[in-house]
Design a protein around this ligand. Sequence first.
Ligand SMILES: *Cc1c(COP(=O)(O)O)cnc(C)c1O
Length: 377
Amino acid sequence: MKPETACVHAVRDATHSTGAVAVPIYQSATFSHPAIGESTGYDYTRATNPTREHVEKLVAALEGGVDAQAFSSGMAAIGTLMELFSPGDEIIATDDLYGGSIRLFEHVSRKNGVDIRYVDTSDLEAVRAAMTGRTRAIFMESPTNPMMKVTDIAGIRALAGTGDILLIVDNTFLTPYFCNPIALGADICIHSGTKYLSGHNDTLAGFIVVNSQELAERLRFLQKTIGGVLSPFDAFLVARGIKTLAIRMEKAQENAIRVARWLVKHPKVTAVHYVGLPDHPAYALSRRQARGFGAMISFSVDSAQTASAILENVKLILFAESLGGVETLITYPITQTHADVPESERLARGIDERLLRLSVGIEAAGDIIEDLERVME
Ligand SMILES: *Cc1c(COP(=O)(O)O)cnc(C)c1O
């Protein structure tokens, strides 16, 4: 089954009782037992729920994983995942990471005795140099947020070996439609389902997808114990969103390519970071490990004044955090997504007052460009 077909048909309603084409919303906290010691397979929604199970199977199928678990947000998924680790464990993480993950690592994981070392994972030698006998995981994002650096997933797998170092990939930006980290050697793939998977800026969701039964069992235990599960209604919304994932990704990417090409030529733009531009340093690597480039662009303008003029005057484009929805959003990483990153580190990564990030939506490309053109005169 091709990915676009899988988005629509990979999982059918498990109960098969009515022939419903859309998964029913099982808005029930608990399920009655047929007899002592018997179960319908569903007992209590924190442990399992048919609607959540549907979207979990769907995401597992799209990612080629053994199992997937759905959480109430991407951060609930990552927070639960971190419970796999114990005091003294070391994790190597991509330096240009989603700000919320850095906040979790620095303020929660570190307190729990887990040491996080940030390295530029697009540099395999830097990863090799950071590995020690205590390294238990490599946690990476590709392309990164907001600088769009790309990491060679299979290369990292080869470095990590097949021992006890878990390779964890946050695949939020590319989605399973464009990239399948598990097929490239990842043990665990995570998602903020809030973004492209649900796709309409109307729900929060998170996923952990695993490549083994052993990891599935450990994470199922953590999920039901910690309890940050996706609600039945939100599971329905994500499943509904995934049905159109393929056409949304294709259209958003097509728009992103046009917007990126237009930005490159604009006199007030000093740099454009988009993986789909042939002069992006990882263009060739991206073509090898992914079926597409996604629709996230960051770019620098000539001054902080130009940046504020854009943010305050866009009309069609919305000045808002988040990404991956049908609407084009513009974000100011320095005050929004990356406000918690210490200033020196932020500047070293190029996140300054001239950097803007676009999540290109599915509108007509000409309308998006027209809005930018007007505010960048
Ligand atoms: C948004 C995001 C998260 C966090 O997900 P939430 O659903 O907002 O909790 C994690 N990783 C990446 C790359 C994200 O963009």
